[in-house]
Design a protein around this ligand. Structure first.
Ligand code: PGA
Length: 251
């Protein structure tokens, strides 16, 4: 049985005051026994969030990391070592906003993924197609290539300690959600692709869905056999809404 995970990607949102308020709301929440919960504040707010969540079972992760594990001369970056030292457990790799807006390609993402694992951080690899690619019937091809890039470079065992998030770009922040069937189709294809290399790894890896998940659609999405939770953007900025999504994963 895979343990469901609900992860909140706060993106470039929050002030010290608003983050403190959000985290106080989260700290009061009862987390269902069988669910892993993680939040991803900006690097600037990671310390603050960890302080407020001390003793709680909510994990904290980073939205990005440098492509080298150790410290060094790399202005503006935060290394996996530093994230691990600060108390982070996870890091997002390859979110579509980083692929598309920051121009990160597979080569650098492979390095970030590997660097995170070197220091014991769990990478959450984000994959997903654009609307244009979906309409051209290329969804499985695009997602398959994004996944293959890691498998070819780092081997299938890289997914023993990793999470994958399928996030169709057209569903992110748009209010459009993939239907449970559309999401399940891609999740099943991802698992099948991994299973070709190693079925045990494929069965063990958690596949999260992301893209306009909210309390109102979470139950249906999470009830699909290959959807093991969600990566939540906008709705994770509201403690009550995020709490309702977490409860949906506990059902
Ligand atoms: P959204 O974002 O829930 O606001 O659509 C999801 C994400 O980008 O991870």
């Amino acid at each position: 049985m895979r343990r469901p995970m609900v992860a909140g990607n706060w993106k470039m949102h929050g002030t010290c005051a608003s983050v403190a308020e959000l985290v106080q709301g989260l700290a009061k929440m009862a987390i269902p026994e069988g669910v892993d919960v993680a939040v991803f504040p900006t690097s600037l707010h990671i310390g603050l969030v960890l302080d407020h969540l001390k003793g709680r079972s909510i994990l904290v992760g980073a939205q990005n990391c440098a492509h080298e594990a150790g410290q060094g001369a790399l202005t503006g970056e935060v290394s996996p070592t530093q994230l691990q030292d600060a108390g982070c457990k996870l890091v997002l790799v390859g979110h579509s906003e980083r692929r598309q807006i920051m121009g990160e390609g597979n080569e650098v993402l492979n390095r970030k993924f590997a660097a995170a694992q070197v220091v014991g951080l769990t990478p959450i690899l984000c994959v997903g197609e654009t609307l244009e690619q979906r309409e051209a019937g290329k969804t499985l091809e695009v997602v398959g290539q994004q996944l293959d890039s890691i498998i070819e470079e780092l081997g299938i065992d890289a997914f023993v300690n990793a999470v994958i998030a399928y996030e169709p770009v057209w569903a992110i922040g748009t209010g459009l959600t993939a239907s449970p069937e559309q999401a399940q189709e891609v999740h099943a294809a991802i698992r099948a692709q991994l299973a070709k290399k190693n079925s045990e790894v494929a069965q063990g890896v958690r596949l999260l869905y992301g893209g306009s998940v909210k309390a109102a659609n979470a139950v249906e999405l999470f009830s699909m056999p290959d959807i093991d939770g969600g990566l939540i953007g906008g709705a994770s900025l509201n403690a009550d809404e995020f709490g309702a999504i977490i409860r949906a994963a506990g059902n």
